[in-house]
Design a protein around this ligand. Structure first.
Ligand SMILES: [Zn+2]
Length: 182
């Protein structure tokens, strides 16, 4: 399977000149909802995560809202594990809903990792409930810099972001798409 071609065909990985939510510009944009809307493609990528952690005796798979819920559900389904969500509550990411993960082996998952913030928050929330974290995994890693935790990604691509004042794509007069802000 040519994963990069699949991501291009599904219009997940788009090339152009994009305005991101952060206000920065980028040559590439990952539209994660083009994966999440497609159960077959999502399932294919989740199978790579399930396979990677097949010997880790995972009991729970937990992901941060919102895209992480879909990934956690499908990875858990394939691994025969339970699934839960880490959600924002009172300005903090928490494990609620009575999930009994104390002393359980947990895999943390998410769709796209950019800054790693929601994964770090989910790791903290899961550890705070007394669970053992067996690892973390994402479908797409588009982070720049080193993360403070080990993780597995089904697809990784470092995407450089540009300040609008120093953007080579602006200088080249490539039309700017606001798709990234949708
Ligand atoms: Zn630009």
């Amino acid at each position: 399977m040519d994963l990069e071609q699949m991501l291009k065909d599904l219009k997940v990985l788009q090339e152009g000149h994009f305005l991101l939510n952060s206000g920065l510009h980028s040559k590439y944009y990952f539209q994660k909802f083009r994966i999440l809307e497609n159960p077959e493609a999502t399932s294919t990528l989740c199978a790579m995560i399930a396979d990677h952690f097949k010997d880790a005796h995972i009991e729970w798979v937990i992901g941060p809202t919102s895209g992480g819920i879909v990934i956690a559900f499908e990875v858990a389904r394939q691994m025969g594990a339970r699934t839960g969500i880490a959600e924002e509550y009172d300005g903090k990411r928490m494990i609620r809903r009575g999930y009994d993960i104390n002393d359980k082996t947990v895999l943390i998952v998410d769709d796209v990792m950019t800054t790693g913030k929601s994964l770090v928050e989910t790791l903290d929330a899961v550890k705070g409930k007394g669970a053992r974290v067996a690892g973390a995994a994402v479908l797409i890693d588009r982070s720049t810099g080193k993360m403070p935790f080990e993780y597995y990604a089904t697809y990784a691509r470092t995407v450089e972001n540009f300040d609008p004042a120093n953007c080579p794509l602006c200088k080249a007069k490539v039309p700017l798409s606001t798709l990234g802000g949708l």
